[in-house]
Every structure is written in structure tokens, then in C-alpha cells.
Design a protein around this ligand. Structure first.
Ligand SMILES: Nc1ncnc2c1ncn2[C@@H]1O[C@H](COP(=O)(O)OP(=O)(O)OP(=O)(O)O)[C@@H](O)[C@H]1O
Length: 568
């Protein structure tokens, strides 16, 4: 995992860096963090416990530098990275994080690149489509569409993705590009904006050594690996030049006794594992003094004692000097400082452009879910079975009319629930993407919501039309345009209402609404559906359909408000 801070465009060029994607100059950002703490409150059945995740971490990174975070699993790397990237701002955080000596501001959202540990990508878009949409949405308005597209192509070449640029990303159910390629697409998504700060959470985890090396080489092309932070159980064990880490640890009496990879040695130390490592005399004395069975392991100090010693050694020998350095104001112009804080948010595209890009992307991504063979077969089979069961029914007697009402009711309920399953499956993935993209300020929530709603309409309509044509004519319902289109409209409204359900579930949970409220919502929807179906049956259903329409619009509005409340 590493934090890399990219410098001014000129710096990059001077440093024989190969990145060609430098259409806009990058605002240099100096990141400083002092005494950063983070704790979580764990609520149990009977008690509430506070857990310290980070205990006073300090450090800094300047433009053009890479700060690598190292530490055993669970030592707090992701938490620190998220905190520095402005992704964790909770009351349980402490300390000071500044960007050019200024606190975090929304402007930074579009200047920070953040590659998360999990790859959040749309599975049905190709590599080229993914990077082109990112370029269109994220790059400055001052660039023309062609320039943005060119930048996406440049990134593809830079990351060596030419061979798979037209391959789908893929996911759990769709075979797509490889894990290494996927990671490179995630990195591409972020470096496309030439960020001032680039945060990468375990960019090489799960990759084979050759692919991992390739990714590290790509990062080295962007900046030099200069600094290192070693974390152990949320505490700072080392911060300084990577090349001086071994010298520091030998100065506190810890050096490898056998030839060892430095990274392996540092991780062993952070884990408190001192096999094949010389023990400082101070630590030996401590163990002898305490002389307790529990404190020793084969005559060696336990990991907890080693950890305590390393934290103490850093605190007494280095921490104060480092903290003093962090207090010194940066020798940079005031303009550069105020730019970070005073600048307004900058959208990469106008509202309409955002809407149309998201609309096209939505159509491309979701058409696979809507028109999968499984879904088409399910819908057609249901239509044919219904058609056969109600084969050429007539509406001459009240009994037959009730029979047909049963069919119309079934159709509405079927289309009121069938889309819920698609929406429930797609919403979590969509939400992760929304979180990620909103954290980077890629678009306005209103543009996303309207694009999502309107791109769903054509997709929502096609299958129900096919379904209704089969059922309607097989069952011999009234063959005139009015009743047919009224039934169609009812079905369509049921679908639109049903699609809000996952958003509501998340909103209700978010707002701590209880399950009875949700039940009531379903009941209202159910009653409206029944009325609307009755309306179709007796020819005067327009009022009920209008009521359903109003309800659906209300639902959509509430869904929009709930998205806004999520503060994405
Ligand atoms: N919201 C939370 N609630 C409870 N525990 C948490 C929370 N966030 C982090 N932790 C705990 O804090 C510790 C540090 O987590 P973090 O993900 O930062 O570690 P990491 O060093 O990135 O680990 P890995 O290398 O395995 O990804 C872990 O023990 C984790 O369980």
C-alpha cells in the first residue's frame, strides 16, 4: 500500500517520468499529518467498547514523493490512508491533517486519486469505455471531448492495456480481464486526472510477482519511492527515508543476523517476531529484570514487549524532531495555500453533459442485466403459461370478468416484484460505485439520479411489452388500443415503483425507520395496484392510474431525497 504525492508537471518531466498524460498542470500539494488518532466505538449487546485503531501517527509527503505504508495485516494502513484521503471524517478522529497547511476542503476531492483495495468497476463495460467515461466526467471542462478521449487512449498505452482495451471488465458472473489488468484499470481511472495526491491501497495484493513488479514500475514512473511509514498495531514504528530505515533500526539495536530482504525484516519487526534478529541490550535487560515467564518466549521477549520497545524508541529518538519539522510553515506562496481551501468545486462536465454521459453509460451497463437469456426465458415462459391458462377467455358474464381481473392483478403483481430482484442485485454494486465516484466529485447527484431513472425507462419497457403482447392476445383480452395501453401503463408504473424498493430499504435502515413503516408502504402500493387493475377492467381506470402515477413520482422524489441524505 502506498501514498504517492505527485508534483508539478515540470517536476515530473524533469524526473525522466514517462507519463504523457499531462494536459493540465497539477497543483502541487504538501500533505502533513500530526498526531493522527482514530478510534471506533463497538456497541455490544450490553456494553460499548472503544477500540483505538491509530495512536498518534505523524508524517509528511511532498510533491514528487512516494510514501509507502508498511505494516502487518490489521495494523491500520487502510484506516490511515482513508483518513488522509478525506474518506474518514468522523468525530472519533483526532490530530491534524493539512494539505498545503490548509484543512481538507471539497475542492480536494477532484485533486485526489484513491485506488481502493477492492476493485470497484462496472463489469459490463470494456476497459476503453471505462477509462473514456472516467476521462469525460473527470477531466476539466476546458478540454474538448476529443482531447479527453485521447487522454484515455494515452492512459491505456501507458498502463499496457492495449491488448485488452475492448474486453469487458467482468465480475463474479462474467468472465473478463485478469486481476492484474483490473488493478491497472483502477489505477488508470485515478491517474487519468493527473492527481495532486494519489493514494493506493495495496495495489499489488493478490497479484503474481511479475504483474506486481509491473505495477510498481508504473508507480515508479510517476514518482520516486522516498519515504516509508512502518505501522504496528496502529502505532508508528518508523517514519523517514526508506533508504535509512535499516540504519535507524540498527541504531536502536535491531539488525538482521542473517541475510534478509529489508521488507521482510521490517514486517517481522512490526509483528514483534525477532527470530534471526539481534536484540538490543536494553530489551535484554528489561526481560531479565521482569524475569517473568509470560513475558518471554524461549528466552526472547514476547511480541508485545518488542512492540512496546519499538514504539518507545521511536517516541524518544525521532518523534519530537519530526513533529517540530511539521510545525514549520511550508515555504510556499500564500496563493498556493489558499488555492486548496478557497477554490470552489470544479465539475469536469456541465450538468447536461454529466446527464448524457451517465445516461449512455447506464444503458450500456444495465442492458446485460435486463436482456440476459435467463431473464428473457423467465418472462416468456411466464407469459406463455398465463396465456394458456387464460386461453381466449371472454368477458361476457360477471364471472368471466372476475376471471380476467384475476389475470390483470397477477400481471401487475408479477411486474411489481420481478424488477425488485434485479434492482436488489444491482443496487449494492451501484451504491459502491456511487460512493466511489461521488467521493471524487465526478458528477452531481441530481444528474446521476435523473440519468439512472431515464436510462431505466427504455430498458424497463421492452420486456414487459413483449410479455403483454403474448399474454394479452393469447388470453383474448379486449382488442382495442385504450385498454391495452392502459394495462401497459399500469404495468410500467408498477415496475418504476418497484425499482425504488432497494433505495428505500437502505434509506429506511439509514434513518432507523422500522419494518412496520416499510410494510405500510408496500400496503399502499398494493392497494393502488388493485385499484388501477380494477380501473383497467371497467374502462374508467384513468383516475386510479393517475393516482398510481402521482405515487410513483412521489416515490421517485423520496428516493432522490434519500440518496441526498446518504451524503455520498
Ligand atoms: N469501523 C471499524 N470497526 C471495527 N474495527 C475496525 C473498523 N475499522 C477498522 N477496524 C479495525 O482496525 C484495524 C486496522 O484495520 P485496517 O483495515 O486499517 O488494517 P490494514 O493494516 O489495512 O489491514 P490489511 O493489511 O489486512 O488490509 C483492524 O483490526 C480492523 O479490524
Amino acid at each position: 500500500m502506498s501514498i504517492s504525492s505527485l508534483g508539478e508537471t515540470e517536476d515530473l518531466e524533469a524526473g525522466t517520468r514517462k507519463m504523457k498524460i499531462q494536459a493540465e498542470p497539477t497543483l502541487p500539494i504538501y500533505l502533513k499529518f500530526t498526531e493522527v488518532t482514530y478510534k471506533v466505538i463497538l456497541k455490544g449487546m450490553t456494553s460499548t467498547v472503544e477500540k483505538d485503531i491509530l495512536n498518534g501517527i505523524s508524517g509528511s509527503v511532498s510533491p514528487g514523493e512516494v510514501l509507502a505504508l508498511m505494516g502487518p495485516s490489521g495494523s491500520g494502513k487502510t484506516t490511515l490512508l482513508s483518513l488522509l484521503g478525506g474518506r474518514l471524517r468522523e468525530p472519533t478522529t483526532g490530530g491534524l491533517v493539512t494539505y498545503n497547511d490548509q484543512p481538507y476542503s471539497k475542492f480536494l476531492k477532484s485533486r485526489i486519486g484513491f485506488v481502493t483495495q477492492d476493485d470497484v468497476l462496472f463489469p459490463h463495460l470494456t476497459v476503453k469505455e471505462t477509462l473514456t467515461y472516467a476521462a469525460l466526467l473527470r477531466l476539466s471542462k476546458t478540454l474538448a471531448k476529443e482531447e479527453k478521449e485521447k487522454r484515455a487512449v494515452d492512459v491505456i498505452c501507458e498502463l499496457g492495456l492495449e491488448r485488452c482495451q475492448d474486453t469487458m471488465i467482468g465480475g463474479s458472473f462474467v468472465r473478463g480481464i485478469s486481476g492484474g489488468e483490473r488493478k491497472r484499470v483502477c489505477i488508470g481511472n485515478e491517474i487519468i486526472i493527473n492527481p495532486s495526491l494519489l493514494f493506493l491501497d495495496e495495489p499489488t495484493s493478490g497479484l503474481d510477482s511479475t504483474t506486481a513488479l509491473r505495477i510498481v514500475e508504473i508507480l515508479q514512473d510517476i514518482a520516486e519511492f522516498d519515504k516509508l511509514i512502518l505501522l504496528g498495531k496502529g502505532s508508528l514504528l518508523y517514519f523517514g527515508k526508506a533508504s535509512e530505515a535499516m540504519v535507524y533500526f540498527s541504531s536502536i539495536g535491531c539488525s538482521p543476523l542473517i541475510a534478509m530482504n529489508p521488507a521482510e525484516f521490517l514486517l517481522d519487526l512490526a509483528n514483534g517476531n525477532i527470530n534471526d534478529v539481534s536484540i538490543p541490550s536494553e530489551l535484554e535487560d528489561k526481560v531479565q529484570m521482569e524475569n517473568s515467564e509470560a513475558e518471554t518466549r524461549n528466552g526472547k521477549p514476547s511480541p508485545a514487549v518488542v512492540h512496546e520497545y519499538l514504539v518507545e524508541a521511536y517516541e524518544t529518538r525521532v518523534a519530537d524532531d519530526e513533529k517540530k519539522k511539521l510545525m514549520v510553515p511550508l515555504p510556499i506562496e500564500e496563493e498556493l495555500k489558499s488555492k486548496v481551501y478557497m477554490s470552489k468545486r470544479e465539475w469536469g462536465a456541465s450538468w447536461w453533459e454529466q446527464f448524457s454521459i451517465l445516461f449512455r453509460r447506464g444503458l450500456k451497463e444495465r442492458r446485460h442485466d435486463y436482456f440476459s437469456w435467463l431473464r428473457i426465458t423467465q418472462v416468456l415462459t411466464t407469459a406463455v403459461i398465463l396465456g394458456l391458462l387464460w386461453w381466449q377467455s371472454d368477458s361476457d358474464s360477471p364471472k368471466d370478468l372476475r376471471d380476467q381481473a384475476g389475470l390483470l392483478f397477477f400481471i401487475s403483481v408479477f411486474w411489481g416484484f420481478f424488477p425488485v430482484f434485479t434492482a436488489i442485485f444491482t443496487f449494492p454494486q451501484e451504491r459502491a460505485m456511487l460512493n466511489k465516484e461521488r467521493a471524487a466529485d465526478m458528477y452531481r447527484i441530481s444528474a446521476y439520479f435523473l440519468a439512472r431513472t431515464s436510462s431505466d425507462i427504455p430498458l424497463d419497457l421492452l420486456l414487459p411489452v413483449l410479455f403483454l403482447v403474448v399474454v394479452y392476445f393469447m388470453a383474448g383480452l379486449r382488442k382495442s388500443a385504450g385498454p391495452f395501453f392502459l394495462t401497459m401503463l399500469t404495468v410500467f408504473l408498477c415496475i418504476v415503483a418497484a425499482q425504488n424498493v432497494p433505495v428505500f430499504i437502505s434509506w429506511l435502515r439509514y434513518m432507523s425507520f422500522n419494518y412496520h413503516t416499510y410494510k405500510l408502504l408496500l400496503k399502499v402500493q398494493y392497494e393502488n395496484i388493485t385499484h388501477a387493475v380494477d380501473g383497467v377492467k371497467i374502462d374508467s381506470g384513468l383516475t386510479e392510474v393517475c393516482a398510481l402515477l402521482a405515487m410513483v413520482v412521489g416515490y421517485r422524489l423520496l428516493a432522490y431525497l434519500s440518496l441526498r441524505r446518504m451524503k455520498l
